[in-house]
Write a protein that binds this ligand. Sequence first.
Ligand SMILES: Nc1ncnc2c1ncn2[C@@H]1O[C@H](COP(=O)(O)OP(=O)(O)OP(=O)(O)O)[C@@H](O)[C@H]1O
Ligand SMILES: [Mg+2]
Length: 270
Amino acid sequence: MSKRVAVGMQKGGVGKTTTSINVAGALAERGHDVLAIDADPQGGMTLKLGHRERYREAEGTLFDVLADVGDLSYGELGELVVDSNEFDLVPASLKNFVLEKHLHTDRRGTESLSLALDESALDEEYDYIIIDTPPNLGPLADGSILAAGTVLFPTRVNVIARDSLEILFDEIDTLEAEFDRNVTTAGAVLNEVPAQGNIAEELEKWFVETFGEEFVFEIPDRDAIEHAIEYRTSVYAYGPDDAGYPWDADPIADLRDQYNQIAVHLEETL
Ligand SMILES: Nc1ncnc2c1ncn2[C@@H]1O[C@H](COP(=O)(O)OP(=O)(O)OP(=O)(O)O)[C@@H](O)[C@H]1O
Ligand SMILES: [Mg+2]
């Protein structure tokens, strides 16, 4: 059985995709077989990893597997997998915007990703499955949380972070009750922490009290993270010299260390 993690937050632009790519990269770097699933119809992860053509293809998509009217069965989820540089990927497709509409009314729409993962052989093939989710509380986001059973919460450190998290905790409570499941917390990733100046003390205290000290991670604000994305990889496969940013060497070593801590934490707690 693979260990599954959904990277979730209904708020846009908080670092879900960046966290998904780099945590998947960290786990792969540590020798695990990793599958990433892009459950966001916007396809951020698919496009950032360089699979633009796959994103625009109309056949062989998550729509076909997950929608009741789709051409593929749940068990055929594995047919969508593409090899990426560091880990494998179930890419998003433009068609998944339509999928989202179908899942609202399909009888087991919200559970469909869960059923597909259970019925395909992927669960046996991979050590870790990391699911990048859309910035909403729709059936693909909820379905990713149900399918994973564990959520890593990326957030920015600003005044609305706490409100966003509390809304998501309520949503998760509702999902647990409705589907009779238990959803656990993998931790919080505080993204783009400024190099100068500390996080507001009160907010940091809230995070530590809510998640526990060992479950709160901080990722500094670094251009190098975006340079790695331009290079179509996580910070692990990115070569600063090769990419023409030799000055990224130090920040990249730091970022590798931070994401590695999250990977170790997942190994220890899942
Ligand atoms: N630690 C960081 N340092 C610098 N830039 C960062 C960092 N983390 C994320 N970013 C940048 O912030 C932007 C938003 O990140 P990302 O796309 O991961 O967010 P998201 O939550 O997936 O967004 P969406 O909700 O649109 O899917 C991106 O341009 C990303 O490169
Ligand atoms: Mg994203």
